[in-house]
Design a binder for this molecule. Structure first.
Ligand code: CDP
Ligand code: CDP
Length: 261
């Protein structure tokens, strides 16, 4: 039986609730890796659009998914991705990606594939992982679950202040109403309303609610996962985990062969 001695702090919430900013600051403070799972759904969406896939057609998305090579790496405490050898970082916030990502994220096979990768990242070290379903679905066993929220108008203002013209309400509705792992407050999650709080105040609030991390139980999700066959997309997917900087030292590569018993 494989178990993990690493911890996950799960942060979920709707768009512009402050997940990424808080997760980044918290991860730096605790020397955990910061994993923005939204960037994984965005990167895949970008690649599908590049390949001319109609993201409104789940069958097309599903078929294209099995042909795409996804390389996922943690370097300097953050997620680095390559899709078919391309670095998507410069493109994932484009409006066309934001407009299609919720359609792609609603396809069960996509979720199965990316959730598999997200769970494997725990091998590498302690994580602050943010998204929509981290506390409810990816790591439901973690005792550290937070749900960020803020008034819809304030969230829209925050996005506009960043120069985005996207209507985030449409995406939030798609994310909350899909069948597969919809956005919802996970059981046991601590809800923080960030509407009137600065970033520093939110981080301080999370820190105080976390208490003493070192006295908590470790995650044992691998023991529950061990009898499950990985999603076929993982057969072609390399997960490269680099321990680096102050976070941890060393280097290793895990390549999935599909033989996990
Ligand atoms: O930054 P923002 O909150 O606008 O979105 P994001 O975190 O970059 O996520 C982009 C999209 O990916 C979301 O609207 C969801 O459709 C999808 N997503 C998901 O389904 N599950 C996750 N764990 C993370 C993101
Ligand atoms: O990741 P998510 O989409 O939930 O939100 P974000 O990208 O962390 O934050 C969206 C914007 O709101 C950023 O420009 C943050 O600086 C800002 N923000 C804020 O003004 N007050 C907070 N308490 C949190 C974030």
């Amino acid at each position: 039986m494989t178990t993990s001695a690493h911890s996950v702090i799960a942060i979920d919430g709707p768009a512009a609730s402050g997940k990424s900013s808080v997760a980044r600051a918290l991860a730096a403070e605790l020397e955990f890796a910061h994993i923005d799972t939204g960037s994984m759904y965005r990167a895949l969406t970008w690649r599908l659009l590049e390949l001319g896939v109609d993201t409104k057609d789940p069958e097309q998305v599903k078929n294209a998914l099995s042909e795409i090579q996804i390389d996922t790496e943690i370097g300097d405490g953050r997620l680095v991705q390559r899709l078919d050898g391309h670095d998507p970082i410069a493109f994932i916030k484009e409006d066309k990606v934001s407009g299609a990502v919720s359609e792609v994220a609603a396809v069960p096979e996509v979720r199965e594939c990316l959730v598999g990768l997200q769970r494997q990242l725990l091998i590498s070290g302690n994580l602050v992982m943010e998204g929509r379903d981290i506390g409810s679905h990816v790591f439901p066993e973690t005792p550290y679950k937070f749900y960020m929220d803020a008034d819809a108008e304030v969230r829209a203002q925050r996005r506009a202040a960043e120069g985005s013209v996207e209507q985030i309400a449409t995406r939030d509705k798609q994310d909350s109403t899909r069948k597969a792992a919809p956005l919802a407050v996970a059981e046991g999650a601590q809800v923080i309303d960030t509407t009137y709080l600065s970033l520093e105040e939110v981080v301080a609030e999370v820190r105080s609610r976390l208490g003493d991390l070192s006295t908590q139980e470790v995650s044992t999700f691998f023991s529950q996962e061990r009898n499950r066959k990985p999603h076929p997309c993982l057969l072609f997917t390399a997960l490269v985990i680099r321990f680096s900087g102050v976070w941890q030292k060393g280097f290793f590569i895990t390549k999935f062969s599909g033989v996990r018993t």
